[in-house]
Design a protein around this ligand. Sequence first.
Ligand code: MN
Length: 276
Amino acid sequence: MQDTKRTGSSQVLITRILVAVLWPVWLISPILAQAQSGSGATVDPAVIEDLVAANRILADQGVLDGFGHVSIRHPANPAHLLMSRSLAPALTTAADILEYGPDCNAVDDRGRASFLERFIHCEVYKARPDVKCVVHTHSPGVVPFAASTVPLRPMYHVAGFLAAGVPVFEIRKAAGMTNMLIANAALGKALAETLGDKPVVLMRGHGNVVVGPSVQTAVFRAVYTEINARLQTQALALGGAVTYLEPEEGAKADIIQQQVVMRPWELWKAKAMAGK
Ligand code: MN
């Protein structure tokens, strides 16, 4: 009896020791599996839903039309990103989201076409570890500023992030005569260099790229870059001197705006996803 008891208790002890030693391995086994495959890490459906919402919001708000795209950095695999297959943003669903590796190819394209300008996203994430979301638009109010010597500047507190300065990317400097598309890694890298540490870069003859530390902030910035551009055009048309936010005012306003970014996000999301 005693022997059996002893054997029993030592088995329990061994089991406990094994559990104690092995459970951390079990915990990190999905990470190890991802590291081996280099891809395919499971993503929280809520994260995918927000990316789908971002596409639809930007279309709903008139920032994206049939063109343009939004990506997010992969939450579990920072060298990868998530983005829709080649598709008008207003039509995006969770099933359209693909994962891209550092080479900017889809990990598994499931026979679907990718955006020609996906290199914008891949190269910005490589250059900017702080960026979690990248938006590329042909935002109509912004295009004149990309073509003009008049810099885009913050008209009001909501667009305070523009006070950091808005550089303009001149594709001819990087590659001479092109079809204007950022369709390879070298052009993506040149564009990311012009963006530097700023939240927005304009692209001459094309549109812009807007980045942020979250999908909500990047979407917020893309929407208010467009609105600010229209307001600035109106202010310039009045003909008098225009007073913009000072850099310090803009920086201070941006801190507050980032704290309340969920308010417009929830409104825009409810509108854009209604009936979907
Ligand atoms: Mn484009």
